[in-house]
Design a protein around this ligand. Structure first.
Ligand SMILES: O=P(O)(O)O[C@H]1O[C@H](CO)[C@@H](O)[C@H]1O
Ligand SMILES: O=c1cc[nH]c(=O)[nH]1
Length: 253
């Protein structure tokens, strides 16, 4: 029987893992686990697919969050209930700065809280900030992988379309709040859009857990809206290698 409400996991299944890798996409979980020793599937419920793997003998759990803050908040809370205290998100992302290329990697130091879920954990004045050690581990792993990562602020939105100011929709419009919002984030030096880091980083920073975030750039919004499949696969695979090496380092502590 599961020890938690949604994930279908028990403390025993996690074998004492303190570090979790948390991608959005459930299909990414097995690909991450394949880079570890003795990968074992654990559970699959709703958007939450989980595996256990080992890095230098240390257990690391991989569990997908699904898309967006609400399901991310469930995955993070239940993994913490099972003893995890360090969360490394690996995702895909849309860059908004001209100098950030498709195929590049972004390590997030903090997120603009364009979500709703993070406000259930801390008031808006509280920063969605990444843990320094996790961030350093991500940056060092990226460099070891031969990437010079972009390091900075991410806009993290509850919605893929209006919150990221996309007009390629059926209605072709966004509400006033988001009109010209991309230009504003660009002017403020924000690097990219994704959908889970505001929730993850706020939850962890406000509860004494560690969290970091790395993402592979699959589109640049100043150039194109639809990603190329082959480029997307390659970029995701680079980000996955980086997060596994960062997890190796964090699991050694
Ligand atoms: O690739 P993942 O981790 O799902 O991350 C990004 O991709 C999804 C949107 O396509 C959102 O979850 C966003 O944050
Ligand atoms: O543009 C993008 C690409 C991936 N994920 C997002 O949330 N936005």
């Amino acid at each position: 029987m599961s020890d938690v409400f949604h994930l279908g996991l028990t403390k025993g299944l996690l074998a004492g893992a303190k570090v979790a890798i948390v991608p959005g996409d459930p299909e990414r979980v097995a690909r991450i686990a394949a880079l570890m020793d003795n990968p074992q599937p654990l559970a699959s419920t709703r958007e939450f697919t989980s595996y256990l793997g080992h890095l230098d003998g240390n257990p690391v759990v991989i569990c997908s969050t699904g898309i967006g803050g609400p399901s991310t908040s469930i995955a993070v809370e239940e993994l913490a209930q099972l003893g995890v205290d360090t969360f490394l998100r690996v995702g895909t992302t849309g860059a908004i700065q001209k100098h950030v290329n498709v195929g590049d990697v972004i390590v997030t130091t903090g997120s603009v809280r364009l979500d709703g879920a993070s406000q259930h954990f801390a008031p808006m004045e509280f920063p969605a900030v990444a843990d320094f050690e996790c961030t350093l581990a991500m940056v060092e792993a990226a460099k070891a992988e031969g990437c010079e990562p972009h390091i900075g602020v991410t806009a993290s939105s509850d919605t893929f379309y209006p919150g990221q100011e996309r007009y390629d929709t059926v209605s072709g419009r966004v509400i006033r709040r988001f009109k010209d919002s991309m230009a504003e984030w660009q002017a403020l030096g924000v690097l990219n859009y994704e959908m889970e880091s505001a929730t993850l980083l706020t939850m962890c920073a406000s509860q004494g857990w560690k969290a970091g975030m790395v993402a592979g750039v699959i589109v640049n919004r100043t150039q194109q809206e639809i990603p190329d499949e082959a480029v997307m696969k390659k970029t995701e695979s680079t980000a996955v290698k980086i997060v596994v090496e960062a997890a190796r380092k964090m699991a050694k502590r």
